[in-house]
Design a protein around this ligand. Structure first.
Ligand SMILES: *Cc1c(COP(=O)(O)O)cnc(C)c1O
Length: 382
């Protein structure tokens, strides 16, 4: 018997929160113990926890280098800067990504060029070649929602044109395509530890991974004012160091990443089975080639806005990622796009709904979400 079935009709709605952070950090004593030690040493700037965290992160990703930076946005911007592209160079990315991808491209002095996505929410590789010009400086595939772009094909196209690839892995830590980790394909890849990502710290933080020694060296310069040593500045850089405090939290949470990901995958499989029996929603295609880590659990829904309201009124913090496609945002009006330029992205903005799927969600909460959606399509009224 499901949790929702035990709940008599008309009973008080359950509260299904979106963010699991309060549960995740319910017992922070171990973190506080290490922070107390850190405070005693005063080692706040690139202190000992930073290289410790970086070594752990590189090992988790099977990469030679991990460089801690100030945010996921900077984890995209700094590798772009390290490529030394011509000012105004084009960076091909996905039309449906999170704002920060375009922000990072613009801050690196480049111009975003969009390609539509497919129903797996990642860049449609069939349309990639048409977006490449002689001004293309880099390709930045986005592994959106926990999925992975079709990297084998994307890398072969990029290789044929001699264009470097920087992966936006901010939503897809530990996801895989063809057995290989997201973030291990390009010259460098950026990850975020923002509170709403797969692993998260107590504020902002990001990590870049690379196997390339020169890229590693440049990133370490760029995150710290371009300083080669205390007195010599090699390039103009940024103040974008991973905080020692956040590195302490990062070490604690990174140790749990395999469990976190396994729980998300299990929760998503449970939802997939339940939702496939409800006619008003459609489960996105699930590829056998990818290991989706489900940062977001998204469904295509008929009458999406009504369903969203129905769920929120019943205590479920459902969300929409993203109601206004990036390519139509005011900030990017200078690119000259109009509605309809990326039809799959447009359809997603109108039909997708996201439900909580994190490691602390209970089966009872999942049952309540499923039954609430079922109730909506079977005409239940309050
Ligand atoms: C969150 C996110 C970023 C930026 O990460 P921050 O740590 O918030 O700066 C970049 N790209 C994508 C796809 C993201 O989801």
């Amino acid at each position: 018997m499901t949790g929702a079935a035990r709940r008599p009709a008309g009973s008080r709605p359950m509260h299904v929160r979106y963010s699991p952070l309060a549960q995740q950090y319910a017992e922070p004593d171990e973190i506080f113990r290490e922070l107390r030690e850190l405070v005693r040493t005063g080692d706040f700037t690139l202190g000992k926890p930073v290289p410790e965290f970086e070594a752990m992160f590189a090992a988790a990703l099977g990469m030679r280098h991990a460089i801690g930076v100030g945010s996921g946005t900077d984890a995209l911007k700094l590798p772009l800067r390290a490529l030394d592209l011509a000012r105004g160079a084009e960076v091909v990315t996905c039309a449906n990504t999170f704002y920060a991808t375009a922000g990072a491209i613009a801050e690196a002095g480049c111009r975003p060029v969009f390609v539509d996505c497919t129903d797996d929410f990642c860049l449609d590789v069939d349309q990639l070649e048409a977006a490449i010009t002689d001004r293309t400086g880099a390709i930045m595939p986005v592994h959106l929602s926990g999925e992975v772009a079709d990297m084998p094909r994307l890398m072969s196209i990029a290789g044929r044109h001699g264009i470097p690839v920087i992966e936006d892995g901010c939503q897809s830590l530990m996801a895989r395509h063809s057995g290989r980790l997201a973030g291990s394909w390009g010259i460098a890849s950026g990850f975020s530890m923002h509170p709403l990502k797969i692993i998260n710290v107590w504020g902002d933080a990001g990590v870049v991974v690379t196997d390339d020694a020169e890229m590693d060296r440049k990133l370490r310069l760029l995150r710290n004012h371009g300083l080669r040593n205390r007195d010599e500045m090699e390039v103009l850089g940024y103040n974008s160091r991973l905080d020692s405090v956040q590195a302490v939290v990062g070490k604690w949470i990174l140790r749990q990443v395999d469990d976190i990901v396994a729980r998300r995958i299990s929760n998503a499989a449970y939802y997939d089975a339940a939702f496939s029996g409800i006619s008003g929603v459609r489960v996105p295609p699930r590829s056998a080639e990818t290991r989706n880590v489900y940062l977001l659990y998204m469904l295509f829904a008929e009458r999406r806005d009504e369903l969203l309201r129905h769920c929120i009124e019943r205590g479920i913090e459902a969300k929409v990622h993203y109601p206004i496609p990036l390519y139509l945002q005011d900030a990017l009006r200078f690119l000259g796009h109009k509605p309809g330029d990326f039809p799959v992205t447009d359809r997603h903005a109108e039909t997708l709904i996201s439900f909580p799927v994190d490691q602390h969600l209970t089966r009872e909460e999942q049952d309540y979400v499923v039954e609430t959606v079922r109730g909506f399509y079977s005409g239940e009224r309050p």
